[in-house]
Design a binder for this molecule. Structure first.
Ligand code: 13P
Length: 250
């Protein structure tokens, strides 16, 4: 039985003040959604604050990116080992905003995934097609290619502890959610790709949905058999809304 995971990707939002309040709200409400795992992904600079405020709470944390390098002259980058100093459980790799705005390739994403695993940080591999790609009917080809890059480098065993997030690019920040059936179809496709190599791993891997998910649509999405949680953007900046999404999955 896969436990659901509801994760908040705060992207480049917040201030020390607003994040303190958000964390307080999440901390207070987290015990009420014990059936679901919770995690938050703040901007790097607030990691210390997050660690301090969430220590002892049933909420994990991680970052939105990491460097593919171990250390050295990489101005502006953050190494995976640094995330361990702040006891990060997870790290997002290959978010569509990293792929499209910062040119991250399938190969680079796979290397970041590998670096995280080596350090014992659970990668959350983000995959998803653009609107153009969906309209051209190549959703499965795109998602399959993104997945294969990691499978080729790391092998199926890498997915025992990892998480996959299916985030159709056209649903991110647009208010246009994939229907629960559209999401389920792609989730089932992803699981089938893993199952073709190792059914036991496939049945364990958590596959989250992301893209304009909110309390109002979470219940339906999270009731689908292959949707194991959510990666929430905008709605995760409000503690009540974020917890209501988690409650819908409990
Ligand atoms: P929204 O929930 O704001 O659409 O963002 C989804 C997302 O990109 C989470 O990683």
């Amino acid at each position: 039985m896969r436990r659901k995971l509801v994760a908040g990707n705060w992207k480049m939002n917040g201030s020390a003040d607003s994040i303190r309040k958000l964390l307080q709200g999440i901390r207070e409400g987290a015990a009420g959604v014990a059936a679901v795992d919770l995690a938050v992904f703040p901007p790097f600079v607030y990691l210390g604050l997050v660690e301090q405020q969430l220590s002892g709470a049933p909420v994990a944390w991680g970052t939105q990116n990491l460097s593919e390098h171990g250390s050295g002259a990489y101005t502006g980058e953050v190494a995976g080992s640094m995330l361990l100093d702040f006891h990060c459980t997870y790290v997002l790799v290959g978010h569509s905003e990293r792929r499209t705005l910062y040119g991250e390739t399938d190969d680079l994403v796979a290397r970041k995934f590998a670096v995280a695993r080596k350090l014992g940080i659970k990668p959350i591999l983000c995959v998803g097609e653009t609107l153009d790609e969906r309209e051209q009917g190549v959703t499965e080809a795109v998602v399959g290619r993104q997945l294969k890059a990691v499978l080729t480098l790391e092998g199926i065993g890498a997915f025992i502890d990892a998480v996959i997030a299916y985030e159709p690019v056209w649903a991110i920040g647009t208010g246009r959610t994939a229907t629960s059936q559209q999401a389920q179809d792609v989730h089932a496709f992803i699981r089938a790709q893993l199952a073709a190599i190792d059914p036991a791993v496939a049945s364990q891997t958590r596959i989250l949905y992301g893209g304009s998910m909110k309390a109002a649509n979470a219940g339906e999405l999270l009731s689908m058999s292959d949707i194991d949680g959510g990666l929430i953007g905008g709605a995760s900046l409000d503690a009540k809304e974020f917890l209501a999404i988690a409650e819908a999955g409990g």
